[in-house]
Design a protein around this ligand. Structure first.
Ligand code: MFK
Length: 548
């Protein structure tokens, strides 16, 4: 009988996640942790079972049927079996609602994102429309538009699947991608004075949702982003017919294939302005910041899944006379990835804590810190998820390149994290904008306050000093500042993550756990600085002289 390699298995992803367990013990009061533990346990069991189930069936993708047998345009989208379970699970576990519930106050966001962290990979990116629904609820709450809040919030935050709505976030157009100011969708008043939208949206990730928030230019308004307004759209009328929406096709994507991302035309879709008829980007920003937080949570969830599988496999797979986990180089490789994940996890859940605090009061310092850390967490974890997923493929050797092991999908799916919701470069520039001219010192002081004394605090101080010098040296030269923005942003993200990992390590050390200390020393050993010293003139010589 030929040798048969046993495949990787997942244990309950809540029970087996030491990082998650120790975070909960530190961050949540015992009664809160006790109250949610059972739900988290069930989600961990669901995730492990979903992994097994997915290995025993052919992959499913959503299907668009544009015409019925008699030639009528119907644009019907059938979602996958996993997606069809999504509403019941969302209502039961409150993936959106938990973040808005009053009884946990500032901790509501932590509760919510622990649930999302456990659900994301098993959800097959049902988490995407949930993120947008959460973002829509947050933007509507921030708008103070009473009628729209009364209409949509009970659905977006429903705990009953029959009432639950999903929301889209329709921003991206053919000309207006990252540069949303080029949005071509026009809002026109009809004969009855109602607003109707006309245009083409190039990426709409939740056209199966019941509503969307979208940007459009009121007819006659000027050019540019500031003239855009934020509109609320319900996708279907009371009879279930599309509200002036034509679905041109579903996207054929590298990953997130279960997610029905569509190209659509708005052909007079009835819409309501959410607020004033301008400053739409400012009005949609609360949504962006929430979906970027989801992005970061889902990126660390992906990293965790990769590591669970890679570690399990390293214990099963033998080569050169011993298990992979006993091979010095493989051990060191896995430990290096795990240390990066540990740091990313602490940063992301700190952002969740801050978001909760800011939504329940929060002082100006917290709000400034949240504004900067949100793009930093999103951009750094997006790239890190791709790196860890890529290393995970490699940790499986050839099997990691074979589709039905389930491993390649992790990499294909991870690649979306640095792209949607703002690419790494767009987010790096956003971090610069959030920091402003004089935000560096307060960020630096907050990070140093968070970090207990020790080797990490030394590394933190040195790196922040280097970042400050870099920032000061480039402040007067916008092009040079932008050219180095990615390295600068990643450096700040790593500094924040190191401070938070050190804080966590100090707490668990007193309770006899040295694992996080080890992660901290490996993480700081990788270096915190990623400052980019590429000379601008070398860039110009390379790019402007016919290369590549
Ligand atoms: C599983 C995980 C789930 C994740 C869900 C993924 C769903 C996927 C769906 C999508 O991908 S939707 C498309 C996402 N598209 C983007 O993220 C667009 C990327 N481009 C940007 O982020 C630009 O920076 C942005 C369009 C936001 C702004 O560009 P502009 O046109 O140059 O506007 P400007 O003048 O910089 O900002 C306008 C106002 O908004 C300013 O305020 P004021 O009017 O008061 O001066 C900004 O300060 C404010 N603003 C911009 N970004 C902000 C913000 N305020 C708070 N937070 C922000 N992030």
């Amino acid at each position: 009988m030929d040798f048969l390699q046993s495949p990787p298995l997942l244990r309950n992803t809540f029970d087996s996640d030491a990082t998650l367990q120790s975070y909960i013990a530190r961050a949540l009061p015992a009664d809160v942790a006790g109250a949610i533990r059972h739900d988290l346990f069930e989600l961990g069991a669901y995730a492990a079972q979903a992994w097994l189930d997915a290995r025993s069936r052919a992959p499913q993708t959503p299907q668009l049927t544009q015409w019925n047998a008699w030639g009528e345009r119907i644009d019907r989208i059938e979602t996958t079996a996993t997606w069809q379970r999504g509403a019941a699970l969302t209502a039961r576990y409150g993936f959106v609602a938990a973040g808005h519930e009053a009884h946990l106050g500032a901790l509501a966001r932590v509760d919510q994102f622990l649930r999302v962290y456990l659900y994301h990979v098993a959800s097959e990116f049902h988490s995407c429309p949930l993120a947008m629904s959460d973002g829509a609820a947050t933007a509507l709450e921030a708008s103070g538009h009473r009628a729209l809040c009364e209409r949509a919030l009970p659905h977006l935050l429903a705990r009953d699947a029959t009432h639950l709505w999903l929301s889209g976030q329709w921003m991206t157009e053919t000309a207006g991608g990252s540069d949303v100011g080029h949005t071509g969708t026009i809002a026109r008043r009809d004969a009855d004075g109602r607003w109707r939208l006309h245009g083409r949206k190039w990426f709409t990730s939740a056209v199966v949702g019941e509503m969307a928030l979208t940007l459009a230019r009121p007819e006659g308004a000027g050019d540019g982003a500031d003239a855009l307004a934020l509109f609320y759209v319900e996708t279907c009328d009371a009879n279930g017919a599309w509200n002036g929406i034509r679905i041109d096709r579903l996207k054929d994507k590298l990953g997130t294939r279960e997610l029905p991302t569509a190209e659509i035309h708005l052909e007079g879709a009835l819409a309501q302005p959410v607020g004033e008829l301008a400053h739409g980007v400012r009005a949609i920003a609360p949504m962006l910041n929430v979906t970027r937080t989801w992005n970061a949570v889902c990126a660390v969830a992906t990293m965790r899944r990769c590591l669970d599988l890679a570690f399990d496999y390293a214990r099963r797979r033998r080569a050169f006379g011993r298990a992979l986990v006993e091979q010095p180089l493989h051990r060191a490789t896995l430990a290096g990835l795990a240390a990066e994940f540990e740091a990313a996890f602490q940063l992301v859940f700190f952002v969740a804590e801050l978001l909760g605090r800011c939504e329940h009061g929060g002082d100006a310092d917290d709000k400034r810190l949240l504004r900067v850390l949100t793009p930093l967490a999103k951009l750094w974890t997006g790239k890190l998820a791709v790196r860890i997923a890529s290393e995970t493929c490699e940790a499986f050797g050839g099997a990691g390149y074979i589709e039905d092991t389930g491993i390649p999908q992790l990499l294909r799916d991870a690649q979306v994290f640095p792209i949607w919701e703002g690419t790494t470069n767009v987010l790096a520039l956003d971090a610069l904008r959030a920091l402003g001219k004089d935000g560096f010192d307060s960020l630096s002081a907050r990070l140093q306050d968070l970090c207990p004394n020790g080797t990490a605090s030394e590394a933190l101080r040195t790196t922040l000093a280097a970042a400050q010098s870099w920032f000061a040296a480039h402040a007067g030269d916008r092009a040079a500042l932008e050219a180095g923005a990615r390295g600068f942003a990643v450096t700040l993200a790593r500094c924040a993550a190191a401070a938070l990992l050190a804080r966590h390590a100090a707490w668990v050390r007193e309770r006899g756990d040295v694992r996080t200390d080890a992660a901290l020393s490996i993480f700081t050993g990788h270096g915190l600085s990623r400052l980019d010293a590429t000379p601008m003139d070398a860039v110009a010589r390379l790019i402007d002289n016919g290369a590549p």
